[in-house]
Write a protein that binds this ligand. Structure first.
Ligand code: RNT
Ligand code: ZN
Length: 426
């Protein structure tokens, strides 16, 4: 598609949206300020750079053997650079603790230090990116029985408490150095495959571990914290200690008692398949200041397929925009697919997510609310339906073009070229 055509289609789209009282330029201004946290782990199937590398485990399964997986930090950075060049907007990079430099540091995860991540900080600076961080409580000999912060063995539990403490400290350092806060997210795999009579005990341990971890206060202008719940994982079908109810209660109790704001993280693949994550937004943000969303796609029993422009993501963004909460809701990608070009997986999921944000920002909310308040249910229904076929793609192509990123499907040529020249040779 040539640029003249993109511009022409955009002008028509602006008029069509204006008919419904929507200002496209206002929507694009808001879209410009959206920053996605882009997960480094799509590039190498959640393996990281520890030596020896371990399989993720902990209920995370990365399937597929498409050629070109990044095997070291240089390859991962080169791949990320290509992906970022195909995603419109200014974003952040989300690291896991296992992506540090382990060549000169022989310590275990309970002794991690900031200097192991300096190359990422330099790289983020060079590319104008913020950094987010995650403790890695899986893929380790000390998590092989399925328990970390809920372990009943004190030395093991303390090891993981110390690991998370180290990671929060490193995250604070990221924030301080880059001049924008780092979000440290905590997800633990703890759970079991079959029925347990120790649910209460395990959750008591989790509560104890969390109080130890978050009793250390960091500068909130440098470090934000979040905790991520899950319904079940592969191998933890019967019980997961860090459930949604658990963390909802914990966050509200902790924040009230300590005048803190640890965020809840809702991962789209971590709920019952028919449960609406979108519906939870207005409830949580009624009581909490901020919220983190992991954009993903649950498919049957797996929670981590590449995000697409589907009803789940659209509804989530619509609800966030309707709540006027885009500024206090943080968006992070979280999926891993090793069966397709991994860079393309980053790009497709990021573009789908941003497209959904744009879709939400272009909703003729005033008119829909007017119908609803008048009791005109049919008007509301008809307008919501009409929105689905308004020329969203024309606005999207325009936004990509002014952001110097390929419009339409042109990005596929770039990932194809890179695959031919680099990935296929790994
Ligand atoms: C796992 C959680 C978690 C991980 C990453 C790698 O089910 O979603 O967020 O995907 O930490
Ligand atoms: Zn997640």
């Amino acid at each position: 598609m040539n640029e003249a055509l993109i511009m022409k289609a955009y002008e028509i789209a602006v008029e069509k949206y204006a008919e419904h009282g929507v200002s496209v330029s206002e929507a694009l201004k808001k879209l410009d300020s959206i920053s996605l946290s882009i997960h480094c782990w799509q590039g190498d199937d959640v393996r990281g750079f520890e030596m020896p590398v371990s399989e993720p485990g902990g209920g995370l399964a990365v399937t597929g053997n498409y050629p070109g997986r990044a095997g070291n930090v240089e390859e991962l950075q080169a791949d990320l650079k290509i992906a970022l060049s195909l995603i419109p907007g200014k974003h952040r990079l989300n690291l896991h603790a296992i992506y540090g430099d382990f060549s000169k540091y022989t310590g275990d995860r309970d002794t991690l230090v900031y200097s192991q991540y300096i190359h990422w900080v330099d790289w983020a600076k060079e590319h104008g990116l913020g950094l987010d961080f995650n403790a890695t409580c899986f893929g380790h000999v000390r998590s092989s029985d399925g328990w970390t912060l809920c372990s009943l063995e004190d030395d093991k539990r303390n090891f993981w408490v110390e690991h998370v403490k180290r990671c929060r400290e490193i995250g604070e350092h990221f924030g301080k150095t880059l001049g924008r806060p780092c979000m440290h997210n905590l997800w633990i795999p703890d759970g079991c495959k079959d029925s347990t009579a120790l649910r209460f005990k395990r959750r008591e341990k989790l509560k104890e571990s969390l109080s130890e971890i978050y009793s250390v206060r960091h500068d909130r202008t440098c470090l934000m914290d979040s905790v991520e719940s899950k319904l079940f994982g592969i191998g933890s079908e019967a019980f997961v200690a860090g459930s949604h109810e658990f963390y909802m209660q914990w966050v509200s109790d902790h924040n009230l008692r300590n005048n803190d704001d640890v965020l809840l993280c809702l991962d789209m693949g971590h709920f019952h398949p028919t449960e609406s994550v979108a519906d939870k937004i207005s409830s949580i943000l009624m009581f909490q200041q901020r919220l983190l969303l992991h954009i993903s796609r649950g498919l049957r029993w797996d929670s981590d397929h590449v995000a697409v422009f589907d009803d789940g993501v659209k509804e989530l963004m619509l609800e966030t925009a309707r709540a006027g909460a885009l500024e206090r809701t943080y968006l992070a990608l979280d999926y891993f697919d090793a069966s397709i070009n991994r860079i393309g997986a980053w790009v497709a999921g990021a573009r789908a997510t941003l497209m959904a944000v744009l879709f939400a920002l272009l909703e003729p909310l005033d008119k829909i609310r007017e119908y609803e308040l008048e009791g005109n249910g049919l008007g509301r229904l008809a307008l919501m339906e009409a929105c689905k076929t308004l020329p969203l793609g024309s606005v999207w192509d325009y936004w990509c073009t002014i952001n110097d990123v390929p419009a339409g499907l042109k990005w596929l040529d770039k990932t194809g070229e890179y695959e031919k020249n680099f990935l296929s040779k790994r």
